[in-house]
Write a protein that binds this ligand. Structure first.
Ligand code: SF4
Length: 316
């Protein structure tokens, strides 16, 4: 009897090929706000008629600034160095002190101050007129905060718990905030001031602007459902930095880029859901360029995703 050993070696190599495509989603609210758009439009229109200097950075975005410079618009930080007759105040606003200095030098002052920054200035004036000690929640050296504080004799600027701990007791505190601070942080600091000074009257006027609130809450929603988030905005843009911080609370992979050139393919996996958001000074064209580059990354070559090997032995 011939015992036959038949050995079948049977390999089943199943290669299912699939195109895994990265999903790209935009935040519901992102990018340039109406205040910045209007200021840019006013600058461009004015520069067509006469030479123009903008006092301070119109926006904290190098792409936009380079385009404006290319149209002959100049930028100066101080009225003393302005060489054109017309000088423009940015959407961030300026103090009466600075604007009067410019007028006294014989310059024509064109205000592109955002109406929501004007509203914050008015709220602050009202609090001071009613005897409250002014406290501004924001960054001490930010152009908008300087515009709010330069006309005041006495004030405090707070940005964190340590600043609140350094406040001295007053009978009445009148609090507003820089328009681009996250509202949750602002409310937390107001509450901290109330608890630290239970015998003081603390009045808070919410001056965080609606576009900032919308971008912040849309960023939270976005970060919660994404594997990676790209935040687009200038290196010195306060609200862009705040968006990065907010997204980082809900997503482990958050990258801040200024333009599409900063994107790195190794940040992403083929099956990632990638979210895009952008600060209030980021132009639409920059957002579109980032989205386009991401969609190029998202197209992967076919690759096997399931390989099985089976060996069957038969004894006869
Ligand atoms: Fe106005 Fe808000 Fe835009 Fe500032 S961020 S320019 S306050 S809309």
């Amino acid at each position: 009897m011939i015992k036959r050993h038949i050995i079948f070696i049977y390999f089943v190599i199943q290669s299912e090929c699939e195109n895994t495509v990265m999903k790209i989603i935009r935040a519901e609210h992102l990018g340039m706000c109406f205040g910045v758009k209007d200021a840019i439009a006013l600058a461009v229109e004015t520069a067509k008629r006469e030479p123009l200097t903008i006092l301070g950075d119109l926006v904290h975005n190098e792409t936009v600034l380079a385009e404006l410079r290319a149209q002959g618009i100049r930028f100066e930080q101080n009225p003393t160095t302005v060489e054109t007759q017309m000088v423009m105040i940015t959407a961030h606003g300026a103090s009466e002190l600075v604007m009067n200095e410019a007028r006294e030098r014989g310059l024509n002052v064109l205000e592109a101050t955002c109406p929501l920054v004007h509203a914050a200035h008015r709220s602050l004036k009202r609090l001071v007129a009613e005897g409250f000690h002014p406290v501004i929640i924001g960054k001490r050296n930010h152009v908008e905060v300087r515009g709010m504080t330069e006309d005041l004799d006495e004030f405090d600027v707070v940005l964190d718990e340590a600043d609140v701990a350094n406040l001295r007791e007053r009978k009445q505190f009148g609090i507003i905030s820089q328009t681009t601070q996250p509202i949750e942080k602002v409310r937390r600091l107001v509450e901290l001031i109330r608890r630290r000074f239970p015998n003081s009257e603390v009045r808070f006027i919410d001056t965080v602007c609606q576009p900032t609130k919308q971008r912040q809450s849309a960023a939270v929603e976005l970060a919660q459902k994404c594997d990676a988030v790209i935040v687009i905005g200038g290196a010195h843009s306060n609200n862009t930095h705040e968006l990065v911080k907010t997204c980082s609370q809900f997503c482990m992979h958050v990258h801040h880029v200024q333009t599409a050139d900063d994107l790195r393919e190794e940040w992403f996996h083929a099956d990632d859901t990638v979210g895009i958001t952008a600060g209030t000074s980021t132009p639409d064209a920059v957002i579109e360029a980032v989205e386009q580059k991401l969609s190029v990354f998202s197209i992967r070559t076919d690759k096997p995703i399931n390989t099985k090997e089976e060996i069957l032995c038969k004894h006869g």
